[in-house]
Structures are given as C-alpha cells and as structure tokens.
Design a protein. Structure first.
Length: 306
C-alpha cells in the first residue's frame, strides 16, 4: 500500500490482513509485477519509475489516457489494445466506461455515425467530500438550517453551488470550446476505445443529488438499420451488461439498484423516429465499481491470464 508522505503509517485492513501504508518513492516498485495507480500527480511522477523497475502500471487517473503510446482499455470492449502496452495501461473515465459497455455490442451490429449523450452523475464522482456535501445539505434542509456549498461543482474553483434538490450542468472545468473537461473526456476517450476517430459525439454532463451510480441517456445514429429486437439481443449476450427493460411493468435501470454491483444495466431501448437509423437507450452503472476499481482489476486479471 503506497501513498504520499501525508498518509504514510496509516493502517488498512484488506482480505483479513492489516497493511501499513508506505510513502511512495522511486524505489518502491522493486519486485512488483502489477502496480495499480489512482492519483494524477503521483501517476505522472512514479509510473515511469514503476515501469523501469519492471512493473506494469494500470492507472486510474487521466494522466495517460490520451497518450497515443498508452492503451485505454475496457476489457470487454477492446482487450486487444492491452497487448500493445509499453508498461502503462490507462483506465478510462467512469462515464466513458459505462457508455462504451452498451455501445460495443451495438457497434458490432452496425458502425455508429453519431452519439448524443447526457449524463446524470452521482456526487461520489467528486469523491468522499462530494458525498459528505450532499448528506450535510440534505440534513440542513431537513432541519431548516442554512446551506454553505463548499465542494460542487468543482472544489478548486472559488464559486460553489448547492447540490441538494438541485442539478449542476458542470462537471470539471470549462474548456475554451465551452464544453467541460468531463464532456471532452467522454468524446475523446470513446473514439480512442472504439478505434473510430470519425464517429461524431456530443456530450452534456450533469451532477445530480444521488450518492452513487451514474446514469446516462444515450442517442445513437447508425449507418445501417438496427432494430430494437436485435439491439436487445446483442446487449443481452454481452458480458458485463444486464438488460432491464420492460416498460409495461415499469422496469428500467436505476442508480439505487445498480449501486454496489459490477454489471452495467441498459433499458428504455427504443427507436429514434427523428433520424433514419436511430436508437435511444438509458444506461446505469456503479462508477466506483465498473467505472473505476473493477475495470482496473479486470485489466490486471487479463494480464495474469495471458
């Protein structure tokens, strides 16, 4: 267990055994086969040292995602990219992972022309502080107390907004093109994972007052006809995806039902009548599990199997 000097000495229990957190140095990786990274600055500084020591790094930060020399991997979607690694493998953005899990089986039916996605992202995407902020604000509302936002939409910015009983159409900072950094991550990472730079994608990412599990409304335009029936069949066969789609019984994916689970759930599959070859669907998944930790472990498992 490695961290900054600030966390060195802490005790962590894992699988019934207690570990002492050590300060990360360039000499921390001797004899390590696989190193799981989860910190932007730390990844940039120490991942090269780990590779030099002979380890394969699986990095959950955005540091290496768009590096052309680094594979960006969702094992169910593009496992072939793992073989191209040169010591570092990047774990995609959580919202990207959840979306491409549903896109891949559909893309295999017909190449995708255009994607329009709107996300509904849980506060846990902003870390423990985001979850604490929502809880504190809900408690304040219930007790008639004043709310003082401190974290959302972006903790490092000077201005913050209430998330309880509210929606914030900003995740991460705004770019020069007026998209947020989170939106551009989804656009750029999806093209890289799907290996299709011509695919047109536009995104709007929204923070919602939900503790855990992201949801996304996705509109896809194909080059060829894809029926609702064939889409549903392809999704049902795809590893890591569960189709939960029965409108007559009001059955569809929800954050409460996907929280703490590994699989991504898809529902509300229906034709888009405004274009020639279009489908709409709703996808929901735990962004801490499949959207981050589980995906990294699956990459490690693939490396071990190979």
């Amino acid at each position: 267990m490695l961290a900054s000097s600030r966390s060195a000495g802490k005790k962590i229990n894992f699988m019934g055994k207690e570990y002492t957190v050590e300060e990360t140095t360039e000499n921390s990786f001797e004899g390590v086969d696989i190193a799981l990274f989860a910190g932007g600055k730390a990844s940039k500084v120490f991942a090269p040292a780990a590779v030099k020591a002979g380890a394969v790094c699986i990095d959950n930060s955005s540091t290496f995602r768009m590096d052309p020399e680094v594979p960006l991997v969702v094992p169910e979607v593009n496992p072939q990219a793992i073989k191209r690694h040169k010591g570092i493998i990047a774990n995609p953005n959580c919202s990207t992972i959840i979306m491409v899990m549903a896109l891949k089986p559909l893309y295999d039916l017909s190449k995708i022309k255009r994607i329009v996605v709107s996300t509904y992202q849980a506060v846990s995407g902003a870390g423990r502080e985001g979850m604490d902020e929502l809880k504190n604000q809900l408690d304040a509302l219930a007790n008639g107390k004043e709310i003082e936002p401190k974290i959302l939409p972006v903790s490092s910015l000077d201005k913050h907004y209430q998330i309880a009983s509210n929606l914030l159409p900003q995740i991460d900072i705004f770019m020069d093109n007026l998209y947020t950094k989170e939106e551009m991550k989804m656009i750029d990472e999806t093209r890289k994972i799907m290996e299709d730079d011509a695919m047109k994608i536009t995104a709007t990412t929204v923070r919602v007052p939900v503790y855990r599990s992201h949801a996304e409304s996705v509109n896809v335009e194909f080059f060829d006809e894809v029926s609702v029936e064939s889409a549903r069949a392809a999704l049902e066969k795809f590893d890591g995806v569960i189709v939960r789609d029965n409108p007559s019984e009001m059955i569809y994916p929800q954050p409460l039902e996907t929280s703490g689970k590994d699989d991504v759930e898809v529902g509300r599959i229906r034709k888009d009548f405004s274009v020639e070859h279009g489908l709409n669907f709703w996808v929901c998944g735990d962004q801490i599990r499949k959207g981050a930790a589980l995906n990294a472990l699956q990459i490690a498992e693939y490396l071990i199997r190979q």
